[in-house]
Design a protein around this ligand. Structure first.
Ligand SMILES: Nc1ncnc2c1ncn2[C@@H]1O[C@H](COP(=O)(O)OP(=O)(O)O)[C@@H](O)[C@H]1O
Ligand SMILES: [Mg+2]
Length: 261
């Protein structure tokens, strides 16, 4: 359907580096609307940098990023802000607002982008918190009073509130136990699949990457080495993907350990 393709993300030859560290050399990737895509790759391959470029928190050096008809790389600051109001994002380090209560963090997009009154926003935040296993007694606490795993869940709740059309989650289950991990992954699936929501998730959990998302993309050496449907992963025959998804020590991806002495 034309409408389904309308908000596909098309990243083309994206480049981003820092001084002499060319993190993203030429990243090309399509992220279909209404589907979930998981981005995998070794540590420091640039997964988080790619997400930050995509949401306008890092300026790109070259290439293009389109969201449907919208060319993102040409947006003004005001246009980026409007775009960010339409998406839900979880950062790897959660990036909660220290000075805001938990419910105010969770309700942030409602109160700051959608003009929802505080009382209604609080109710919706509390019900969103319940879906990630956080009780109402947490609502008036501050982030510093929560454990790392609780903060992560606050971040997930904040990203998902209001059912954004584009949901971008950087390591949503890092540091969570297996039960919470499954709860969060099932929640993401339940609330987004079949609803037209585009989901992009980074994870280091290869079991989840193999089984939980429609599409898989593998980033290494500044490029997408492989991307495709989850069902095609086992027969992909790509040595980088193979090694990563099976967590093998041996393969084309060499561990870069600094030599001692
Ligand atoms: N703000 C920054 N300034 C300089 N270098 C950065 C910055 N952010 C990330 N990097 C570098 O970019 C590379 C990729 O980082 P990152 O995207 O966080 O990797 P990961 O794939 O683990 O998410 C790393 O070498 C990191 O040091
Ligand atoms: Mg990262």
């Amino acid at each position: 359907m034309a409408s389904d393709a309308a908000r596909t993300i098309v990243i083309d030859k994206l480049a981003k580096g820092f001084d002499d560290n060319q993190v993203l050399q030429s990243v090309s990737l399509s992220i279909p609307q209404g589907e979930s895509t998981v981005l995998i790759g070794p540590s420091a391959s640039g997964k988080s940098v790619l997400l930050k470029c995509l949401v306008g928190l890092m300026q790109i050096d070259g290439g293009s990023m389109r969201y449907g008809d919208l060319e993102l790389s040409g947006l003004s600051t005001a246009e980026w802000s409007a775009f960010q109001g339409r998406i839900g994002m979880l950062f790897q380090q959660n990036a909660l607002f220290d000075s805001l209560k938990i419910w105010e963090n969770v309700a942030f997009r409602l109160t700051h982008h959608e003009g929802v009154p505080r009382r209604e926003a609080r109710d919706r935040a509390v019900s969103r918190m319940a879906s990630v296993g956080l009780g109402e007694e947490m609502a008036d606490l501050y982030p510093v009073e929560l454990s790392g795993g609780m903060q992560k869940r606050v971040g997930v709740a904040r990203a998902m509130i209001g059912n954004p059309e584009l949901l971008i989650l950087d390591d949503p289950t890092a540091g969570l136990d297996p039960i919470l991990t499954n709860t969060i992954l099932s929640l993401i699936d339940r609330e987004t699949s079949g609803k037209g929501t585009t989901v992009l998730v980074v994870t280091g959990d290869m079991k989840a990457a193999r089984s939980r998302f429609d599409n898989v993309a593998m980033l290494f050496d500044g490029e997408i080495k492989w991307s495709g449907k989850r069902d095609d992963v086992p027969d992909a025959g790509d040595p980088f993907l193979e090694q990563m998804i099976n967590g093998r020590a041996q393969g084309p991806i060499k561990m870069r350990l600094a030599a001692r002495g």
